[in-house]
Each structure stands twice: as C-alpha cells, then as structure tokens.
Design a protein around this ligand. Structure first.
Ligand code: TXA
Ligand code: MG
Length: 354
C-alpha cells in the first residue's frame, strides 16, 4: 500500500489535507495523526472492519480495546449508555486534553472496537490538528498509539513513518507531541473511579474533582504478575532491543553502581547505553549517553522518554541503564513506562549507599 505522507502546519492545518484524511476514514481507511500525547493510528470507531484493520496494521492482539476520540462533548451521548456525573465533572476540568474515560458502551460501538468489552474508552484531545481531523472523519475516530505493537508510542512524525509507512493510507505529519506520554485512563464504570493508566493528568489532579479516585492496585504491584484492568497494560511494551535496567537511589550511589556495571559490560565486549539527567549525564562513560532532561523537569523527561528508547535501538546497544525519576505527579507516569520498558528490571539502592 502507498502511504501518503502529508506534512501539516499545526498553526494553520490545510483544510484540503484534513478533508482528504477525513474522507479516507469515512471510506474505511486508516490515517495516523498527531495528538498532544502521542501520535494515533485512526480508523472509523463505529465500523467493525475499520477496527479490525487497525489491529492488523499495528500487529496488535484484538482483545486489546481501542480509545474512541471525539471532538466535542455532545458526541459522547451516542456512544455510551449514559454519561455519569463524574464524566461531566472531569470533562469540565480536563477536556479537551490528555484524559481518557471508560464508560458503558452503547450499541453503536462495535465489539471489534472495544476488544469484546461492554465498556468504551473515550478521549477528547486538545491538539487542533486532531480535532479538525476527527470532525472531518465524522466525529468518532478509534485510535491506538501509532506504533507497531511492542514499540514505544511515537512522539514524532518520523517514528510514525518508520513504523507505519506502507501499512496505512495516510500520515498527517505534524509537530512532535508536547506531552509525550499516553493519556491518563480513568474507569468510571465501578463503584468508585479508578486510574487504570497513569499519565500527565495525575492522581492529585483527579482528586480535586473526584476525591474518591484511586489507582488500580495492579499498577502499584512491582511485578508483571497481577493482571491490570486495562487489557493493554498487560502486554510487553516499549521494550528496547537491549536489556534495560532502571537504577533508583541516591545520586552518588546510582552513578557509582551504573559506572561499575558499565565497565564490567564493556570488558565483556558489550555496547552500552545510559539514560541520565542533564545533571548526571557527564558522569558516565558509555557508548551512548542520552540526556533525559533536567532532573527536576518531569514534563521535559516525559516529552523525551519514548524518543530516547527508540534512539537506543538505533544505536544497537546490548545493555542500557536508566536513572529512575522520583516524586509525585507525572513522575509516577514516567516510572510506569520505564518499568514496563524494562520488564520491571529495577535496582533499588540506599539513599546514602556510597
Ligand atoms: O494518549 C493516548 O491515549 C493515545 C492517543 C493516540 O490518544 N492512545 C493510546 O491508545 O495510547 P492505546 O491503544 O495505545 O492504549 C489504550 C489503552 C490500552 O491499555 C487499552 O487496554 C486501554 O486503553 N483500554 C481501552 N479501552 C478500554 C476499556 N474499555 N476498558 C479498559 N481499558 C481500556
Ligand atoms: Mg499503545
């Protein structure tokens, strides 16, 4: 299949290009598009065949449900049984934006879109290109992240081209994603709201609207054995080709631990990479040292993370050591993705352990 790669100026999206992308979706095709979180791989959410085509293009298991993207709040009514009060309250504060809500689905949403579930995940993105595209496409775009299954979510058009060229009809190639981590997912179908995937909208932020919101206990378990409620969270994700270890602890302890490992690995003839903060990166001697950003700037680290994991693959390293990030808020989402990428391979050192 020939994929049309359409460069798009986010400050002035070409209406003809958007119209063409929308037309592709309406006639059953697939279009990748930018959002503020990561790029999405879109198809008509109300068409069973389109959802099947999305799974095929991604190489993704079809029991892993898709998020339905809308471009105005009024569209919500058609795809859910009823809109809970909590959804209105969250929408008021966080939509459009990087928050996905799970509700009971209406008959309009095919089971192919929800991976066989009676619930549907819905997001109203803030990205202006995404919004214009969703409207042109008829209002309901099912979209997982636009990576091949198992790879990090694409935060730049170039990674979408790398994964999807030849597999889909069109790529709307805009700017790099401003957030860089996938949306926060909150399940509104139970007795109390539960966060199934941490993201830029943090637990603390959600609590200001829904004081009884909690975190899926499977996310807090430090292993891969407890099955999480969001089916997609159980799959191997983001894993770079090299072995990744996350190292946590006091700054000096982390630097000396990683440095020892690096010299052992290098004498064993391995190519090594390190992901470190701007402050500590100069301390390491490895084949590749990548700067994750200022240690105190979690937004910057979030924005860069998936690109860094892809760069490690481009550099063909055998072993990778990444510093952990600590703190509340977005740091929790960053650590969630890092630990998944590492298959929960984590070393915890003492704070004063020198
Ligand atoms: O930021 C995002 O959410 C991006 C952009 C493109 O919007 N999309 C995204 O989609 O990350 P995806 O398919 O890569 O991740 C969707 C996650 C999966 O973990 C999936 O299992 C979960 O949402 N999910 C979707 N529908 C669900 C449902 N009805 N119940 C529980 N989890 C659901
Ligand atoms: Mg994904």
């Amino acid at each position: 299949m020939d994929t049309v790669i359409a460069k798009i100026d986010p400050s002035k999206p070409d209406p003809e290009m958007i119209g063409r992308a929308g037309e592709i979706i309406r006639s059953g095709g697939l279009v990748a598009f930018p959002t503020e979180t990561v790029y999405g791989l879109g198809g008509d959410a109300l068409s069973e065949n389109s959802s099947r085509a999305i799974y095929a293009a991604k190489g993704r298991p079809s029991d892993n449900p898709l998020i339905v993207h809308i471009a105005d709040l009024e569209s919500l009514g058609r795809i859910v049984v009823s809109v809970p009060d909590a959804a209105y309250a969250l929408a008021e504060k966080f939509w459009p934006g990087p928050l996905t809500m799970i509700m009971n689905k209406s008959d309009e949403v095919p089971y192919a879109t929800t991976g066989g579930l009676d619930t549907v995940a819905v997001r109203f993105p803030s990205d202006p290109v995404a919004q214009a595209f969703i409207r042109a496409a008829g209002g309901y775009v099912a979209a997982p992240s636009a990576n091949l299954s198992g790879k990090p979510s694409p935060t730049s058009g170039k990674y979408v081209v790398e994964d999807m060229d030849g597999r889909i009809d069109m790529i709307l190639y805009g700017d790099d994603s401003v957030i860089g981590l996938e949306s926060t997912i909150v399940d509104l179908t139970g007795d109390s709201p539960v966060i199934l995937r941490p993201g830029y909208i943090t637990l603390e932020m959600l609590k200001t609207v829904l004081p009884d919101v909690s975190v899926d206990t499977a996310l807090l378990a430090d292993d891969d054995r407890t099955p999480p409620k969001a089916p997609g969270m159980k799959y191997r994700h983001y894993a770079p080709k090299g072995d990744l270890v996350i190292v946590e602890g006091g700054r000096d302890a982390v630097i000396s631990y990683i440095s020892e490992k690096l010299s052992a690995d290098r004498s064993a003839g391995k190519r090594c990479g390190v992901i470190a903060s701007t402050q500590t990166a100069p301390s390491y001697h490895a084949d590749v040292v990548l700067d994750m950003g200022d240690a105190s700037d979690h937004d910057e680290i979030a924005r860069r993370l998936f690109g860094l994991l892809r760069q490690m693959d481009e550099n063909n390293v055998d072993s990778i050591y990444s510093e952990a990030v600590s703190g509340e808020g977005v740091a929790a989402a960053i650590m969630n993705r890092l630990l998944k990428a590492a298959g929960h391979n984590r070393i915890v050192l003492g704070i004063d352990d020198k």
